[in-house]
Design a protein around this ligand. Structure first.
Ligand code: FAD
Length: 383
């Protein structure tokens, strides 16, 4: 089935990254179509927690820190703009982050973090849970065991309610005239003389355009390989639990190692997560959900009296060197990729939207994209 429509940009993948790119491009007057193999906004971006760790307040040299800092500056602006435009509050909150250390290894890691925070001008304060509780609204209603555990407080950490953010983006895009094709998996691209002219989709559907951007998260390496280019993007599963408390017990994000508690304003509480290399498997496991539940209850015994609403797993788009891929696919003048954001795709999606728009429009980019180029390292080459 051939669609007679022709778009300035066809975005392959409707997660936080794809929707953010579409948002920036449509605001700059491109016609845009977003395709997704499933529902729009239901990939790993939906499954995530929405933690937005503080960004550098000084000029960072490290490319990832530049990306984090730009994203962190953009999130409150986007939240305000989306609220005004759609009436949807994405629950962006400057809530602060509590980093808890109860073992010697956790204390060592956090002390190392301090020099990183110092280098990047990120404010923090070392304390005990008892001392810090005065800064945390509602914490007194929570029984935190081991009040003498060491902890660090980072006031610049923020959170966003990712399903609401995705809904706000999708609503804004609809109002701006972006077309969505859910349940339309892109199989490959038709190209001639280094130029893509159409995306071939499941069900013999064809979508034509002037530029194409692969933003299909953990699945991006499969799609890019169809044009003979290999990338080091791989799925890394993370599992999550969702509790419902009568009201929000505290407002900050509580971190311990790679596990965390993330509150929502209405009393929902997320418990995450883990990192598992198990391919494209999205089922939860009893072992990990038990582990997360036990850790959360150990920290917050009141959870035993509250309802476990749901558990799920999502696939983070990991990359072999922790750098996302953002750039033009070599050998093609109009094929781009923005994927491989691993644990940070919700956070870095705002800057990614801005930078990819600048790149595709042929404008200078706010950050040098060379470190994020498609062909790099041993893990990536022409197939
Ligand atoms: C448990 C968990 C917790 C997380 N917590 C955080 C956090 O606190 N903060 C943070 O910043 N990040 C977090 N992340 C990471 C973040 O969710 C990802 O980095 C981010 O979602 C990547 O966005 P994306 O748009 O690239 O991919 P996705 O959101 O996965 O979107 C990709 C989309 O592409 C579609 N697709 C795939 N193949 C095709 C195809 N062939 N054709 C068309 N469409 C296709 C998929 O259906 C999907 O909808 C977390 C992730 C998990 C799993």
């Amino acid at each position: 089935m051939s669609d007679s429509k022709y778009y300035d940009l066809v975005v392959c993948g409707g997660g936080a990254v794809g929707l953010s790119i579409a948002y920036e491009c449509v605001k700059n007057r491109w016609t845009v179509c977003v395709l997704d193999a499933g529902e729009i906004g239901k990939g790993s971006s939906w499954a995530g927690a929405g933690i937005l760790p503080a960004g550098a307040s000084v000029d960072a040299l490290d490319p990832l820190e530049q990306l984090r800092a730009l994203s962190h500056r953009l999130h409150p602006l986007w939240a305000e703009e989306l609220l005004e435009f759609t009436g949807i509050d994405n629950e962006f909150r400057r809530c602060g982050g509590l980093y808890l250390a109860r073992t010697r290894a956790e204390r060592a890691t956090l002390r190392a973090n301090c020099s990183w925070w110092d280098d990047h001008g990120i404010a923090y304060q070392q304390s005990t849970v008892g001392q810090i509780s005065q800064h945390l609204s509602g914490l007194k209603s929570v029984t935190l065991v081991e009040p003498e555990a060491e902890c660090w407080w980072v006031p610049g950490d923020c959170r966003v309610r990712n399903p609401r953010h995705l809904k706000a983006l999708q609503t804004a895009l609809t109002q701006l005239g972006v077309e969505f094709l859910p349940h339309t998996s892109v199989l490959d691209f038709h190209h001639q003389s280094g130029r893509i002219d159409r995306a071939n989709c499941e069900g013999n559907r064809v979508v034509r355009g002037n530029a194409f951007c692969v933003a299909s998260g953990a699945w991006a390496s499969k799609l890019i390989s169809t044009v003979g280019v290999a990338t080091g993007i791989m799925p890394v599963r993370g599992q999550m639990l969702l509790y419902k408390l009568a009201s929000s017990a505290f407002s900050c994000v509580i971190n311990e190692g790679h596990r965390y508690l993330v509150p929502r304003d209405d009393g929902h509480l997320l418990v995450g997560s883990c990192e598992e290399e198990v391919g494209y498997v999205t089922e939860t496991t009893q072992e990990k959900t038990d582990e997360l539940r036990d850790w959360a209850i150990g920290l917050m015994p009141v959870l035993t009296e509250n309802r476990l609403v749901q558990s799920w797993a999502g696939l983070r788009p990991g990359s072999f060197d922790s750098y996302p891929y953002m750039g033009k696919v070599p050998g093609f003048e109009n094929l781009f990729v923005a994927a491989g954001h691993f644990r940070h795709g919700l956070h870095w999606s705002t800057a990614t939207g801005v930078l990819m728009q600048q790149l595709m429009f042929g404008e200078p980019t706010d950050i040098d994209l060379e470190p994020f180029r498609v062909l790099r390292g041993n893990a990536a080459s022409r197939l």
